[in-house]
Write a new protein. Structure first.
Length: 138
């Protein structure tokens, strides 16, 4: 189950034939995000397990997850943007029901990310799921 926003990404990827264009698309998605305020780049928002610096700042509004993020690596910033399109606005139950690895695999990213980037993507997904699970228990 993916958001309509993520389905648009999937459709865009179908029109991009080569991986250079797809990488550019991912990087552009990251560039379109507003920068995360430096005051939010704290140990509590830092994602461990990523080769680059990554921060995710979640908010739960009316039982729906929203988050902003930042990275010092352009491609990772783009991956954060894709995850935002996948998750933002979903209920906590929906967040936990999303098979993010399968959704991201629809983009063919599994075959084209380095092992370090893949590990970082998994770490970001696990952090998002953990945030949703903790908020649901609260």
């Amino acid at each position: 189950m993916a958001t309509q926003s993520f389905e648009e990404v999937v459709e865009d990827f179908e029109f991009l034939d080569d991986w250079e264009d797809r990488y550019r698309y991912v990087i552009e998605q990251g560039k379109e995000m507003s920068p995360l305020d430096d005051a939010l780049k704290v140990p509590a928002t830092k994602v461990e397990g990523c080769a680059s610096q990554v921060w995710l700042h979640p908010r739960i509004d009316d039982g729906r997850l929203h988050f902003d993020g930042e990275s010092d690596a352009m491609i990772v910033r783009g991956l954060i943007a894709l995850l935002r399109r996948l998750y933002n606005g979903l209920t906590l139950d929906e967040v936990l029901a999303v098979d993010a690895r399968a959704e991201m695999a629809r983009l063919g990213l599994n075959e084209h990310l380095s092992s370090q980037r893949s590990n970082g993507l998994r770490a970001m997904i696990e952090r998002i799921r953990s945030i949703a699970a903790e908020a649901e228990r609260a």
